[in-house]
Design a protein around this ligand. Structure first.
Ligand code: GUN
Length: 301
């Protein structure tokens, strides 16, 4: 009998993201009805990176669809740092804005740390300000980075209680690796953060009941790196040429994750596809964070 193509169950990020966005839409309607409060999100895009343009458009469209006030500020790649900081200062004091997100990466020449530090931590719906990162690491309530929070929703929906599970996070970025390790720790997992200098990365990954891949290297995690039955969360969004040489020669590209999906799905118990997995959760959590920020800023429980 032919071997089945896939044994892992697919974690349907699209469905969970739709559900969360619908919930946010109801929360927004309630805030409007009860408090005349319309959560407002400002997204700042500097430069013309094609992927960032797509993400930013999606954030604007979904925030409007949820009933929020939404503004997108587009600045040229050669904008002066001082001008960007001035815009953030204006958004910090704008009463119609409860959430501010500066799309990363910023073009060369801009100081990312200084920009993130300029955002009012109470409006930092990206959870990247050191105050929110510190609160998260201290186990205090914080605005939490969107992609990691989205991964945690998928894991809890899939596995339920995560207590005692061994989690391996591959990648130590401020955006994903570090905060998701903190969230897994809060969920009582035993957490390892692996990275480019980790010795025998494959063996470390094979210990994982939960494997989170956030390295930004296409299909780096192979099938034989995965413990049979593990839950695999693939955060990678990498653009690569098509396998088909004719399409590749025509310059066509497709998006793949950090995990070799074909191999991994024969071994894992659950796996997120790319696209259609984690990526869609990021925007949904951003909307949820904006509602949370609006409530807190207005002093509503
Ligand atoms: N670029 C890719 N993902 C993100 C994100 O979650 N937040 C920001 N600010 N930039 C990103």
């Amino acid at each position: 009998m032919a071997e089945p193509e896939t044994s892992a169950k697919i974690i349907d990020g699209k469905a969970y993201a739709e559900r969360l966005r619908a919930q946010v839409g109801r929360d927004v309607a309630q805030l409007k009805a009860d408090y005349k409060l319309q959560p407002g999100l400002a997204v700042v895009l500097v430069g013309e990176d094609p992927a960032s343009q797509i993400y930013v458009r999606s954030k604007g469209e979904h925030s409007l669809a949820a009933g929020m006030h939404s503004v997108t500020h587009r600045l040229p790649a050669d904008v002066a740092q001082a001008e960007l900081l001035r815009l953030i200062g204006d958004l910090n004091t704008d009463p119609a804005i409860h959430g501010i997100l500066v799309q990363l990466p910023l073009p060369k020449g801009l100081d990312e740390r200084q920009v993130l530090a300029a955002i009012n931590p109470d409006k930092d719906v990206d959870g990247l300000h050191v105050v929110n990162a510190g609160r998260l690491a201290s186990g205090l309530p914080a605005l939490t980075p969107c992609t990691p929070a989205g991964c945690m929703i998928l894991l809890r929906e899939t596995l339920g209680d995560l207590t005692g599970l061994r989690a391996v996070v591959v990648g130590r970025s401020v955006l994903v690796g570090r905060p998701i390790a903190q969230l897994l720790l809060q969920a009582d997992c035993t957490v390892t953060i692996a990275h480019s200098r980790t010795r025998d990365l494959a063996a470390v990954c094979r210990e994982a009941d939960i494997l989170v891949a956030a390295v930004g290297r296409p299909r780096m995690i192979r099938g034989d790196w995965i413990k049979p039955g593990a839950a695999v969360i693939d955060v990678g969004i990498n653009r690569v040429p098509f396998d088909d040489p004719v399409k590749a020669a025509a310059g066509k590209t497709k998006v793949v994750g950090d995990v070799d999906f074909k191999e991994a799905s024969r071994v894992a118990g659950w796996i997120t596809p790319v696209p259609g997995g984690v990526g869609l959760m990021t925007v949904a959590v951003l909307l949820q964070n904006t509602v949370t920020a609006a409530r807190r800023l207005a002093g509503i429980d």
